[in-house]
Design a protein around this ligand. Structure first.
Ligand SMILES: Nc1ncnc2c1ncn2[C@@H]1O[C@H](COP(=O)(O)OP(=O)(O)O)[C@@H](O)[C@H]1O
Ligand SMILES: N[C@@H](CC(=O)OP(=O)(O)O)C(=O)O
Length: 549
């Protein structure tokens, strides 16, 4: 255990880090790298300037026990009861930044050690740490749950995913030299839960969320125990216990406003009573009606991080990944993709929304609302400058920033059977999608026709099955001629829309050279131009041939 004198955030005694010395010495340089001006300049609003805006929080005396008002038909809620309140002012803010580490950053004991060293190499920071589940634990939990539905209770302990999860966590605990008792209750409960699923032969969204929560609950416990072992005082928190209040949309819940004051109060009070670095579970919340564990959608730990940043009015939100920042394209599609040094919140949100896995689509919202810079960094390569996401950036030279490619998209061409100019056609079409609960992705319209895409591969929505598609077509055919086009691709171009002609010129030049015909094009008010075409094209050559500035 940590000594009680370790109240400040100091590097661990006796820990040798490859980054330790260099980062200590070069820290200022590293953190300025990629910035157009020194960190000390007025770029980051001085804490005194920002704080009065952000840390004026109030909530009820009992942390986590906040009443919320829910508006029917809306996912927004606001704090309903003020109760007996404690008001905090800016001076109360003990923390400086959030550091979120994704699954790849904490995939093993060795990685956890490196992350601990990385955190300690910023001794002037008082961070709040957010962790995801180790490696592919979430995927394994989901797979185990799905298999449990059909495998029978007596076969649960033979599930290879359960075995993998147990081995990974016990091995990590062992290698880090911390007490395995910190996770043994979770491992037992996990097995019981899988047996329950097997007996019920059912995996509801609510149970699914509870099931995957084991991943983050264990990774944070292990990491906090390890920090304490190396004399860096840390305290583990389950987000659902400290005021992360969400809608009850299991598997894809939204953070409610009540979260901000509740979380700020809890972390603040604990720090005052007994200072320790908070290690918070990413991805998880507590449904405000059901009080059950909810999740924020795949990749939701990014959102946990930005929510904490806003709640506490921090100077910076750091999201540490396994890539050198946000890249010009998914590196799995084009390995030569390059880091994008600067992005605006809007650009990053668009990129995520259009399917770039690197950030959770909702994660930019709290950061934008509180105007807190988000830095995307590589925990495997901390010296790389990463991507800095802020409210504004110099767009004078920006043309094309990043591209997002989605394959196997379903496209629908819908042509009205009525006369030209018939009003209500669009409304009718979209009401069919609404009734069937299917989300539409990209849309292009003319007076009598609509082309749109349905994205079956969207990570945060359910899979569309053929039956559903047939049903949509059947409904639409009552008012239109429908052409269902499958196996299409969408390229979303995130760039400076002020220079859209230049972007399109470049892109169409490459398309033409490769004999690709665009079947749909859409440019809304956003920073994105979406192009749809057949699945045939080599995206690596596309990225390469674009000739990035
Ligand atoms: N434009 C992009 N820039 C960077 N990474 C991307 C992009 N598109 C997809 N990715 C993928 O996102 C991964 C990082 O996101 P994620 O897996 O959620 O990280 P973590 O689990 O560490 O939070 C990268 O390893 C990369 O494969
Ligand atoms: N573990 C969750 C939440 C998350 O954010 O993970 P990551 O940071 O590794 O993308 C998931 O896999 O979706």
């Amino acid at each position: 255990m940590a000594t009680s004198s370790m109240h400040t955030f100091n590097p661990p005694v006796g820990v040798k880090s490859p980054y330790f010395q260099p980062l200590w010495l070069q820290q200022r340089q590293i953190r300025n790298f990629g910035l157009p001006f020194p960190l000390d300049s007025s770029y980051f609003p001085a804490r005194t300037r920002r704080r009065p805006l952000l840390l004026k929080v109030s909530c009820q005396r009992r942390p986590g026990d906040v009443s919320v008002k829910y508006h029917r038909g809306s996912t927004n809620a606001s704090v309903l009861e003020c109760g007996e309140t404690d008001n905090y002012t800016s001076q109360d803010n003990e923390f400086t930044c959030v550091m979120k580490f994704g699954g790849s950053s904490v995939a093993s004991a060795e990685r956890m050690r490196e992350v601990a060293e990385l955190i300690c190499s910023f001794p002037e920071e008082r961070p709040i740490i957010v962790l995801s589940a180790m490696g592919k634990t979430t995927n394994n939990l989901l797979l185990a749950g799905e298999k449990a539905v059909t495998c029978g209770a007596s076969n649960v302990d033979g599930l290879k995913e359960l075995d993998f999860i147990k081995n990974l966590h016990l091995r990590t605990v062992n290698e880090l030299g911390v007490d395995s008792a910190i996770i043994s209750r979770h491992l037992d409960e996990l097995e019981q839960l899988l047996k329950g699923i097997a007996m019920m032969k059912e995996l509801t969204p609510r149970t699914r969320d509870y099931l995957v929560s084991f991943g983050e609950c264990m990774s944070t416990r292990i990491f906090a125990a390890y920090l304490n072992k190396i004399a860096v005082k840390a305290r583990q928190y389950d987000a659902f216990d400290i005021g992360f209040i969400t809608t009850d949309d299991f598997t894809n819940a939204d953070i409610l406003e009540a979260t901000y004051p509740a979380v700020a109060k809890r972390l603040h009070d604990d720090w005052l009573n007994d200072p320790a670095i908070p290690i918070v579970t990413g991805f998880l919340g507590k449904g405000w009606r059901t009080c059950a564990v909810t999740t924020l959608g795949r990749g939701g730990s990014d959102l946990t991080a930005t929510t904490l940043g806003k709640a506490l009015g921090l100077r910076e939100i750091q999201v540490w990944k396994d890539v050198d920042g946000v890249l010009t394209c998914d590196p799995n599609i084009y390995p030569g993709a390059e880091p994008v040094p600067f992005l605006t919140f809007d650009e990053a949100a668009e990129l995520a929304y259009f399917g770039a896995q690197v950030l959770h689509p909702q994660s930019m919202r709290p950061a934008r609302e509180a105007n807190i810079p988000v830095r995307v960094k590589n925990s495997y390569n901390p010296m790389a400058p990463g991507t800095l996401i802020t409210k504004d950036r110099d767009m004078s030279r920006a043309v094309l920033t990043s591209i997002v490619v989605k394959r196997n998209v379903t496209m629908l061409d819908i042509v009205s059977t009525r006369m030209l100019g018939q009003f209500g056609f669009l409304a009718k079409v979209f009401s069919i999608f609404e009734d069937l609960g299917i989300s539409v992705d990209v849309v292009a319209t003319s007076e009598v026709s609509i082309s749109l895409t349905l994205d079956p591969s969207k990570l945060w929505s359910r899979e569309l099955i053929q039956q559903e598609l047939d049903h949509v077509v059947e409904e639409l055919e009552k008012i239109a001629v429908v052409n269902l086009l499958q196996h299409r691709s969408i390229i979303s171009l995130i760039g400076n829309v002020q220079r859209s002609s230049l972007i399109l010129e470049k892109v169409f030049h490459v398309f033409r050279a490769n004999g690709v015909n665009v079947q749909m094009i859409s440019q809304g008010a956003s920073k994105v131009i979406a192009l749809g075409f057949r699945n045939l094209f080599s995206f690596s050559s596309f990225h390469f041939e674009l000739g990035w500035d």
